[in-house]
Design a protein around this ligand. Sequence first.
Ligand code: PEP
Ligand code: MG
Length: 546
Amino acid sequence: MAMKSFRGKGVYGAVAIGKASVFKRQEADVRRVHIDDIAAELERVEAAKAEAVGQLSEIYEKALKEVGETNAQIFEIHMMMIEDDDYNESIKSIIETQSVNAEYAVAVTSDNFAAMFASMDDAYMQARSADVRDISNRLIACLSGGGGVSSESFDKMIVCADDLAPSETVSLDKDKVLAFVTAAGSSNSHTAILARNMNIPAIISVGEEFLKSVKDGDNLIVDGHTGEVIIDSDEETVKKYEEIQRRDAHKKALLQELKGKENVTIDGTHIKIFANIGGVDGIGAVLANDAGGIGLFRSEFLYLENSDYPDEEQQFTAYRKVLESMAGKKVIIRTLDIGADKQIDYFGLEKEDNPALGFRAIRICLTRPEIFRTQLRALYRASAYGDLGIMFPMITSVSEVEKCLAACEEAKKELAAEGIPFSDKVELGIMIETPAAAVISDKLAEMVDFFSVGTNDLTQYTLACDRQNAKLEAFVDTHHEAVLRLIEMSARNAHEHGAWIGICGELAADTSLTETFLRMGIDELSVSAPFVLPLREKVRSIDLNG
Ligand code: PEP
Ligand code: MG
C-alpha cells in the first residue's frame, strides 16, 4: 500500500511509530421500550446513577495521580452533571409521561442537552456538549449492565478514534498506548489538555478521511511536533522519524534528570525560569519541560489566528484555559502587540514607511480603547482562575503607563459593578524593549510590579538595526555593551524602586550570558519551552563566588 499522510494538530510534541488500533466504543443499542412499572424504572435510574458516580470517582482518583488536580476536576464536574436537577428532571419526565424505558429517556435527554450546549455562543459551553454525551453513555451502560465506557486492551498501539471523551482518554492504559490520533476534537477540549499532561504523543482534528483510511494493524508514524500522521510509510521515512525519536529521547533524559530540580547556582543564588507561549497550544511543552510559569504569552496570536476581533468571551476562555492548566503557577499575559512585523488585515492599519517605528502595540491599544477594554476585561475575568500578571508592550513613557493603569482600574470597576469575580492580586508590568523605557526605568519601576526585558526589540532600537532585515546580520552584535548596560540599568532601577525584573526576549536563552544576567540580579528568565532545562543545567553549573 502506498504511503499516505494526513495532518492535524499536534497537542503533545513527540514521535510514535507503531501499529494502529481503531478505537471501538461500546455503543449501547438504545431501543424505545414501553414499560408499565414506572416506579421500578425510576429506581433503576437511581441505581445506575450511583454506579456511574462510583465509576467516575475511581476515574477521578486515577486522573488525580496521573494528570493533577486541576485537570482531574472535569470528572468532578461530570459527577455534578449526573446529579444536575434539570438533567434528572428531563429523564424522569420522559419516563413518566411516555411510559418508556430509562435507557431511552437518558438517550433523548442526552441529545437534547448536548444540542443545547452545542448551540451556545461560548466556546467553553460548546465543549460541554461532549461531556453530556460522555456521562449519558456511561449512565446507559450502567443501566444495560455494561461495564461502562471502557477502552479495549491494546498492546502498545496507536489509538485512532473519531474523538475521545475525557473519561475515555484517562481510562486508556497509559502503558499500552503509544499515541492517539483523533479525527475530531479541538485544542480547547479537556481531552487535548489531558493528553498533553499525560505526555502521550497526540494529534487531534486530522479529519474523517484519516479514519476511513486507517485499519487495525496498519503501520503508523505520529509526529506530535508537526501534527502529521503517516500510514504505511516507506523505509527512508521510518529511519528519519527514528532519528527524531532518538533526539527526543536524549532531550527527555536531560529532562528526567533535571525535572523538579531548583534553578539555583552553586553559591545558592536562585532564579526563576519561565516559558514563552504564543497560544493555548503551547502549554503542553511548558509543562513537559517543567517551566516554573509562563513569562510571556504573546496574546496577539489569538488575534492573528482570527478573521475578526476575538470577543471578550473567546479571549476569556483562552486565558482561563492557560491559567487553569498552569494550576496556580504564574502566567504573564502580554496585551496585544501587533503592528510592525505582525500585521492583521481586519485592523485596517495604514501602510507605513517605517512600521517598526510606527503605529504598533500599546499605541494601537491607547488609540482604540474599545479593543484594549475588551482584552483587559477578559484578562481580569480570567484572573480568578490562577496567578495572573498583565504586561504592556512597547512602553516609552510615564504617561503611557499611567493610561494603561487607568484602563486596568476602569476594567476592574466595570466588572465589580457587574458582580463578576476577579483577583485582586494581579501583578502589572511593562516590557522594557525601547531604550527610552530603560533610560527612565527608575520612574517606571515606581509605577509597576515588574519589568520584562524584550531584548529582541531593545536590540533593534538600540542598535538601529531592523530585526527583520537579514542584510544587517553582520551589524547586529547581540552582546552589544549598549544593550547589556540598558538591561543592567533597568535591573538596578527595578530593585531600587520595588519592582522585580525578568527577560523574555531571545537573549534570555543565551547560556553564554546566564552568568552576566545572574550578576545583574535578574529575577526571572523566560524562554521557549525546549530551552528551560538546558538553561536550568547552565544555572546549576554557575558559581558566582567562584
Ligand atoms: C522582544 O521584543 O524581545 C519580545 C519578547 O517581544 P516580541 O519578540 O514579541 O516583539
Ligand atoms: Mg517586542
